[in-house]
Design a protein around this ligand. Structure first.
Ligand SMILES: Cc1cc2nc3c(=O)[nH]c(=O)nc-3n(C[C@H](O)[C@H](O)[C@H](O)COP(=O)(O)OP(=O)(O)OC[C@H]3O[C@@H](n4cnc5c(N)ncnc54)[C@H](O)[C@@H]3O)c2cc1C
Length: 432
């Protein structure tokens, strides 16, 4: 048994901690916030029964390791998540809808049945998807999503590619990595029955993982502890460990490794970020035509999606509007008022709609550009990084974070105690 420190208690740190504890290691989780969960947590507000989420989150059926981790901590995903077949309805338009059954067949049937697109657009999308499938969902690393999909009909780009891209990568199609986009499509649409299903939280986000993890970890968790210093050996703020998983943000991981592994630190510290704004609106007694609707964004319309929390089993009359790729709105301000006006224009409300709360996460995700080189999971013997930004096939997502946590646990568990001088390895190897 080795003594291992995990620095950071987001979904990546929780995944690493549980895996290491299950493998028989003596673990200690340092988390600087007063609670676990990182970016995927609830935020206390006026109503203690219904805290807001730090941002509306969507999981999909293909999030295999996140769902397994929830189960490991005693959380039944079917209780805390509503499972819906993939559908992208817009106000007044049914949009693309995948029928139940094998996703590959469902995708073809759903596209062919989409009467909002001309037949040529539907056939063009199916031909493109067949081409992606034939090439194993791989493409040139430097290609953007806009370039990949340039041949598709404008309606398909507007109603499917652009919303999926901004939702999954938080990066607009002209700047987004086609390779990462294809990987998301591959896992969602072609990764087995239910992989494309949308899993929408019915409960406050912290109940999905953070709170059960805190109970499970018990005294192995040190909240409110921002790790200041990491020294070879390994010492975390002077305390000796056989191995360390850095599951904090990339910015903090870069700071802690600056003197130990300058190359790795520079890669982690060089990532750019994109904000996400979530605007909560209230309208008691109102109900959307579906639990989740896509919206068309534009210069005076910030939001791309709106969620009906009452319909999902959450706070009645609460609606979460998601503004991804939100840098322009962070710069200009006025986002909440613009979202309110957009929702008033596009939807019917039983009672006057009011702004409830605006939450901005300035470093919501890294910008997922074509050919981006992300830092590898392995930093040095006995020292691994975990987090949604670590090298891997996924964009910044819960599943990417969890998988990187599992990989880091494996890497550090195997190497713990062997790297007493903590010399940094230069070669990126340990990808999730
Ligand atoms: C608004 C918003 C909406 C999102 N929507 C989705 C979605 O719909 N679907 C999806 O899959 N993903 C979504 N994401 C992304 C998802 O939340 C992240 O990918 C995931 O939570 C990252 O987890 P992590 O553990 O890698 O990092 P974090 O959650 O950032 O965890 C890092 C932790 O380290 C702690 N820490 C930092 N420095 C130190 C230190 N020195 N000492 C101790 N602790 C430290 C932090 O406090 C934090 O708790 C969204 C993110 C945001 C912000």
């Amino acid at each position: 048994m080795s003594r291992i420190a995990i620095v950071g208690g987001g979904w990546a740190g929780i995944a690493a901690a549980v895996a290491l504890a299950d493998a028989g290691h003596d673990i200690c989780v340092f988390e600087m916030a007063p609670q676990l969960g990182g970016r995927a947590r609830s935020v206390a507000g006026a109503d203690p029964a219904w805290p807001h989420d730090n941002g509306q989150h969507i999981l999909i059926g293909a999030y295999r390791d996140s769902l397994a981790l929830m189960r490991r901590l005693g959380v039944d995903p079917d209780r805390v998540l509503a499972r819906l077949p993939l559908a992208l309805p817009y106000p007044g338009e049914p949009g693309l809808r995948l029928p139940p059954g094998p996703p590959l067949l469902g995708f073809a049937r759903g596209v062919l049945a989409h009467r909002g697109w001309p037949l040529s657009a539907r056939l063009g999308l199916l031909a493109a998807a067949a081409g992606w499938l034939a090439r194993g969902f791989r493409c040139e690393a430097g290609l953007s999503v806009a370039q990949l999909c340039a041949g598709l009909a404008p309606a398909v780009q507007r109603d499917l590619v652009e919303p999926l891209c901004i939702a999954a990568l938080n990066t607009v199609a002209p700047r987004a990595s086609a390779q990462v986009f294809l990987r998301v499509l591959q896992d969602a649409l072609f990764g087995g029955a239910g992989g494309a299903d949308l899993l929408l939280p019915r409960r406050p986000l912290s109940e999905l993982l953070a709170a059960p993890a805190a109970a499970w970890l018990g005294p192995r968790l040190r909240l409110g502890r921002r790790v200041q210093k990491l020294e070879p050996g390994w010492r975390v703020d002077g305390e000796a460990f056989d191995g360390v998983v850095l599951a904090c943000s990339s910015v903090e991981a870069a700071r802690l490794t600056a003197g130990l592994a300058p190359g790795w630190s520079a890669l982690a510290g060089g990532l750019d970020f994109e904000p996400i704004i979530t605007v909560y609106l209230n309208s008691p007694g109102s109900r959307l035509p579906a639990p989740m609707l896509a919206l068309r964004d534009g210069p005076d319309a910030p939001a791309q999606f709106i969620f009906d929390h009452g319909q999902l089993g959450g706070a009645p009359g609460r609606f979460a509007c998601v503004v991804s790729g939100a840098a322009p709105w962070v710069a200009s301000g006025g986002c909440a008022e613009a979202v309110l006006a957009q929702a008033q224009r596009e939807l019917d409300w039983a009672t006057p709609l009011v702004i409830d709360r605006l939450l901005t996460e300035k470093r919501a995700t890294f910008v997922c550009t074509p050919g981006l080189v992300r830092p590898p999971g392995r930093i040095a013997p006995g020292l691994c990084a975990a987090g949604d930004y670590v090298q891997g096939p996924y964009p910044a997502t819960l599943e990417g974070a969890v998988r990187s946590g599992l990989a880091a646990a494996q890497g550090v568990g195997a190497g713990a105690g062997t790297g007493a001088n903590g010399a940094a390895s230069g070669s990126p190897t340990n990808t999730p």
